[in-house]
Design a protein around this ligand. Structure first.
Ligand code: ADP
Ligand code: MG
Length: 577
């Protein structure tokens, strides 16, 4: 039956009946569902599809490597709550995009990776087709859902399934396999149109039970030392007003996870960012909102969490997340907008948390902020991290709408703490995996999806994973300012290899001039050797909106091994010095 519409090829009817094909159906299906941007790399068998999509009004952004296009799609999903779409060629292109798809799934970002693929009949018999690979089977364990569309009349349903899988419940990555043959399949235009699906209510609200709301509020109210942790799920939910009102009404200190920063400004009186160790250790009731108790929170136990017994409340859309690391005494399962809204509604008059707890947290925070302040104002040459980041911190304060992209080791750890964020979803970074290479893809998608200027703060090593995309940034004339913290290497630029004439494994060419790279493509390159030069260059770039790459020369001796997570890096006790 399903085949009928395709096979019934018009004999004499060609002139009378209007026809459509797989190319057009997929384009119409995307547009019908408001998926108006594609991030990808052209090639066999999707080159013409990209051209036709562009001609049909879809924004098609061509990258230099699929992984970067994939990261762009993943963060587009986070920023918009719609699946970001990445388009790749078969086998190698697909595999390049797959890392980003797995990353999206791990981070709970909605994304659809659409890859062209080779002849099923030949692939399944392993007869050696062009770019032969069983892509569907390979994608499956690495994403939330994977589908293949074999017939043009199933494109509508296939895309609908992909969209629903990506955005409903806990968001994630979806793979859509599109065999080359599909694109050219012809069918009756009217039937084709009828086969398309406009997805209604793709991410239905999930209302928490009133029992779970009452239980959570009772536990929170009983706290002597409450703490609220806001994760990137809370930022994703776009329930900004409700979250802010709720946190303010509780009066509790809150700790933003890296991409939860800005839901309430880091300068908010309740923000405990600068008193992180204290609040983790000494709190007695912790409410997690869209944050997981994974390695980033030391799994909710051990030294970081102190000796005192703790009760955890968790607000999350994924029921299986509960009790994943420690007991959750008050699970609240639902979408964050509905959950926080319900809690706000049910709170009634709320007692302020004990004054001594608030005072402990505030004084610890103020003490740490004061300790840091003079270091951020240093004008050392060569620059150290604090001098350079102090500059960027002022710039972000003056430009709270700009989007901050951040990756690296020391560049990441220190920037996370030093650069305050003032609005939701303005900081995007390496996420749950601590992945390197998201930089340029994120910067491009952030500029495209939000229309805001982007400041990209990159370690020199991290930048290398996606550096070629500066050409893409120049080609699309995006308002992206990249600052590379160049300390000549990974962690530091001072390692020495005594065993041979090869350089040590963690060092790069000394005195590299990354700023020259962007000049090759018509962008602005600046070499900044002092905090003053850095300030001038970044401000100029942000004012002009012109693609700019600033090589910020950092002391090669600055920086520590693995940044702040050196404890995760096993070191040989037997190694020769
Ligand atoms: P962080 O790294 O900032 O701590 P995580 O990625 O670990 O954040 O956690 C995000 C959590 O948010 C995930 O458990 C995910 O299920 C949840 N989440 C994502 N979107 C929503 C939503 N709209 N409503 C409720 N929970 C959500
Ligand atoms: Mg470095």
């Amino acid at each position: 039956m399903a085949d009928a519409a395709v096979k019934e090829k018009p004999a004499a009817a060609e002139g009378e009946r209007e026809l459509t094909d797989g190319f057009n159906l997929l384009i119409e299906a995307l547009k019908l569902n408001g998926l108006n941007t594609i991030y990808g790399v052209p090639g066999i068998p999707i080159t013409d599809f990209g051209r036709m999509a562009q001609a049909a009004g879809i924004r098609v952004l061509s990258f230099r490597h699929e992984q970067n296009a994939g990261y762009a799609a993943s963060i587009a999903g986070f920023l918009t709550k719609k699946p970001g779409v990445c388009l790749t060629v078969s086998a190698p292109g697909f595999l390049n995009g797959l890392t980003a798809l797995a990353h999206a799934t791990t981070n709970c970002f909605p994304m659809i990776l659409m890859s062209g693929s080779s002849e099923r009949e030949i692939v399944d018999l392993q007869q050696g087709d062009y770019e032969e690979m069983d892509q569907l089977a390979i994608a499956k364990p690495l994403c939330k859902a994977a589908y293949r569309v074999l017939h043009a009349q199933d494109i509508g349903i296939g895309l609908a399934r992909a969209i629903r899988a990506a955005v409903s419940g806990r968001p994630g990555g979806v793979y859509l396999d599109l065999p080359a043959k599909l694109f050219g399949q012809v069918m009756d235009a009217e039937k084709g149109k009828q086969s398309l699906v406009k997805v209604i209510d793709a991410a239905p609200v999930q209302i928490p039970s009133s029992d779970s709301i009452k239980r959570a509020l009772d536990v929170l109210k009983s706290a002597k030392r409450p703490l609220i942790i806001l994760g990137k799920g809370a930022a994703y939910a776009q329930a900004d007003d409700a979250i802010r009102s709720f946190v303010e009404k509780t009066g509790a200190p809150f700790l933003p996870m890296s991409m939860g920063k800005g839901l309430l400004p880091d300068t908010h009186p309740q923000c405990a960012g600068a008193a992180r160790s204290t609040v983790l250790k000494d709190s007695d009731v912790v409410m997690l909102i869209g944050a997981r108790l994974n390695w980033l929170l030391s799994h909710g136990k051990g030294k970081a969490w102190g000796e005192a017994p703790k009760k955890f409340i968790q607000v999350d859309i994924e029921p299986k997340e509960m009790d994943s690391n420690v007991e959750i005494v008050a699970p609240v399962v639902g979408d964050i907008g509905s959950c926080v809204g319900a809690m706000l509604h049910a709170m009634g008059a709320w007692p302020a948390p004990p004054a001594d707890w608030v005072k402990t947290v505030t004084s610890k925070r103020d003490e740490n902020v004061a300790k840091m302040a003079p270091r951020l104002m240093n004008n050392n040459v060569p620059m150290d991290y604090h001098g350079a980041l102090g500059v960027l911190r002022d710039i972000v304060k003056a430009r709270p709408d700009a989007i901050l992209v951040n990756e690296g080791a020391n560049t990441l750890d220190l920037a996370r703490g030093i650069i305050d964020v003032y609005k939701p979803r303005k900081r995007i970074d390496v996420g749950t995996w601590g992945i390197m290479g998201i930089g340029m893809g994120y910067a491009i998608a952030a500029a495209i999806e939000t229309g805001k200027p982007v400041l990209c703060v990159e370690g020199d090593s991290a930048f290398g994973f996606s550096g070629m995309e500066v050409e893409t940034i120049c080609r699309y004339k995006l308002p992206v300012c990249i600052v590379i913290f160049n300390n000549d290497g990974i962690y530091r630029g001072t390692d020495v290899n005594n065993a041979s004439s090869d350089p040590a494994t963690t060092v790069f060419v000394k005195g590299s001039r990354y700023d020259k790279m962007i000049e090759a493509f018509g962008g602005t390159g600046v070499n900044a050797t002092s905090p003053d030069e850095l300030r001038r260059a970044v401000n100029e770039a942000m004012d002009s909106g012109k693609p700019t790459l600033i090589n910020a020369v950092i002391d090669p001796k600055a920086g520590s091994e693995s940044g702040r997570i050196g404890n995760l890096n096993p070191q040989s006790a037997l190694k020769k010095k």
